[in-house]
Design a protein around this ligand. Structure first.
Ligand code: GTP
Ligand code: SPV
Ligand code: MN
Length: 592
């Protein structure tokens, strides 16, 4: 008798009509075979899926060039299909589930003709973790199959784990013909099912990542009493050897990966990496908040990554441990057969082709590497990997950091007064848009808790859920906002960022350990400037003051923007959040 899993795979194969169906085991040997196939047989247009890179300089590295229209997440083509539109909320595109399925069935009929359907069995989370989920993704491209080996725990054991059960997490993915007009990423939260067609890119195609681990999982979390968040998880070791665990939410391309692997500029401090993108947060029996990273890989932004900004990432990318490492849409040094991107160390290579394969010379207006070009590498390659990474229980969290890219207005760091105020700080977060999704860059948008594109249900209910989680915590972590991106009158970043961010983390740790005081402002608590160690950074006292400047006049627009954002969710926005809003308005402007 076929299992529910086998029946489901059969049914999808009948619809998609692949030439063959292949069940992956997640082994290294298999990944090598799939890469061979990607180099020789599978193509996008005339371009092979994979190209081998210089193995001496970049061990285990392969290059992938995506379809030129398929370079980032497409939020406008991403739908959350609850039976009821209100449940999806104004923060999501919505389609009736039946209508969505009808549409997808038409687009998927025969979409894998002549191709292989890869069946990928994988775990999100350590298999022994009570929080882990057993998942299956189907895909028709080797790039996705190999990427999923890096990003998840892919093994045949998952098939045994699913056994005769029906409720496993399902993902059906096909690149279709890459036609942007036939590209959709549809979520069916009640069925734990994601159906994606027309894109081979990151969050559109690696369905364990944003689609399941955030959009669907956030909805599961609402029902089951936990949180799925767009957060890094890191351990900060102080000179005494104590490790304090924190999480940090930041919108896409706003510094999570860099923070997770930070090389401390302060002697005696060290950062240990647990996750760089997604955290699942549970209330432990001890009343503390516990975090696991459901992923095992890093899908990081290449441009900006260098020995100066993130030396640990370069070590990770050059480590030989886990096969393979992928580079997507970077430029290529054709003499050396090496990947290249803007700000990588060393001279600009003479013989460069850009991310689309066209010759590129220094000084040219367009970028050589696509601004959202990325690498995919195992977290086990990282020299900063925490010894707690594989702990099925996760790690206890002492502080939650919320960030965003704000060139104006938002101070370097602010501490909330309590959990409720912290939830408001998250709810009012805005950020300037980046290249991680297809839209105009540098436009300010509200992005509560960095979850705007990833919360799988009504954001008003999400705020309420955060407040409820807080009520269950005996020891709620302190909540902070940070902003590394404030600029001066010349448009230059005032704060040096990267490894220097440890100075802010140090203050946060010292607050968690009750070692330093703070001063009150209209926005919340900020450090006494003497407690923020800036020695050797070149940040003068005036600059530091500028980083913490709060000018009530400049907050007028911000307040009305926050208000508009909260109003969208109507009566679902909790009264507590409105009360916090009014308190902020009052403390800035002394009245309504
Ligand atoms: P996603 O993978 O899209 O979720 O992004 P992310 O939040 O992990 O962002 P990442 O760490 O990859 O950084 C994105 C960009 O921000 C890169 O170009 C970095 O060089 C830059 N960046 C990261 N941290 C800092 C910082 O502290 N200061 C400044 N100025 N730039 C930073
Ligand atoms: C993001 O955009 O937040 C990413 C990359 O981490 S993606 O996998 O495309 O979502
Ligand atoms: Mn991300």
């Amino acid at each position: 008798m076929a299992t529910p899993l086998e029946r489901w795979v059969d049914e999808q194969a009948r619809l998609c009509k692949p030439e063959k169906v292949y069940w992956c085991d997640g082994s290294e040997e298999e990944a090598r075979r799939l890469i061979e196939i990607g180099m020789k047989e599978e193509k996008i247009g005339d371009t092979p899926i994979f190209q081998e890179l210089n193995q001496k300089a970049w061990p285990n590295a392969y290059f992938h060039r995506s379809h030129p229209t398929d370079v980032a997440r497409t939020e406008h083509l991403t739908f959350v299909c609850h039976p009821d539109k209100e449940t999806a909320g104004p923060n999501n595109n919505w389609m009736d589930p039946q209508e969505a399925k009808e549409k997808m069935r038409k687009l998927s009929d025969g979409c894998m003709k002549g191709r292989t359907m890869y069946v990928l069995p994988y775990m999100m989370g350590h298999p022994d973790s009570p929080y882990a989920k057993a998942c299956i993704q189907l895909t028709d491209v080797s790039y996705v199959a190999v990427s999923m080996r890096i990003m998840t725990r892919m093994t045949k054991k998952v098939i045994e784990k699913i056994g005769n059960k029906e409720g496993f997490v399902k993902g059906l993915h096909s690149v279709g013909d890459f036609d942007p007009d036939k590209r959709f990423i549809m979520h069916f939260p009640d069925e734990h099912f994601v159906w994606s067609i027309g894109s081979g890119y990151g969050g559109n195609a690696l369905l364990g990542k944003k689609c399941f681990s955030l959009r669907i999982a956030s909805y599961l979390g609402l029902q089951e009493g936990w949180l799925a968040e767009h957060m890094v998880i890191l351990g900060i070791q102080d000179p005494q050897g104590n490790v304090t665990y924190v999480t940090a939410a930041m919108p896409s391309a706003c510094g999570k990966t860099n923070l997770a692997m930070l090389e401390s500029a302060l002697p005696g401090y060290k950062v240990w990496t647990i996750g760089d993108d997604i955290a699942w947060l549970n209330v432990g029996a001890d009343g503390r908040l516990w975090a696991i990273n459901p992923e095992t890989g890093l899908f990081g932004v290449a441009p900006g990554t260098s020995n100066k900004t993130n030396p640990n990432m370069l070590k990770t990318l050059k480590a030989k441990k886990f096969f393979p490492t992928l580079f997507t849409n970077t430029a290529l040094d054709t003499d050396k057969n090496e990947p290249w991107w803007e700000s990588l160390d060393g001279d600009i290579p003479k013989s460069l082709i850009d991310w689309q394969g066209k010759p590129w010379t220094a000084g040219q207006e367009s970028k050589a590497a696509h601004p959202n070009s990325r690498f995919t590498v195992s977290i086990y390659n990282s020299p900063t990997l925490s010894k707690e990474f594989d702990n099925p229980k996760g790690v206890p969290i002492s502080a939650i950091i919320l960030g965003g890219k704000r060139t104006q207005l938002i101070p370097l760091v602010v501490e909330s007064l309590d959990w409720e105020h912290g939830v408001f700080l998250g709810a009012r977060t805005g950020s300037e848009t980046t290249a991680a999704a297809i839209h105009k860059e540098g436009v300010l948008r509200r992005d509560p808790m960095a979850m705007l594109p990833f919360c799988g249900y009504n954001m008003g209910d999400y705020f309420r859920h955060w407040l409820n989680i807080g009520k269950r915590l005996k020891h709620p972590p302190k909540i902070y906002t940070v902003n590394w991106f404030r600029t001066d009158e010349n448009g230059k970043f005032i704060w040096p960022g990267f490894g220097e961010n440890i100075r802010v983390l140090k203050w946060i740790v010292e607050r968690a350990q009750n070692k330093v005081n703070a001063q009150d402002t209209a926005l919340g608590r900020i450090p006494h400037l003497k407690d923020l160690d800036t020695e050797g950074t070149g940040v003068s006292k005036e600059k530091l003051e500028k980083l913490f400047e709060i000018n009530p006049d400049n907050w007028k627009n911000e307040l009305s923007d926050i208000k508009k954002c909260l109003e969208q969710f109507g009566s679902r926005t909790p009264g507590e959040i409105w009360a916090q809003y009014e308190k902020l308005e009052k403390s800035l402007h002394g009245g309504a």
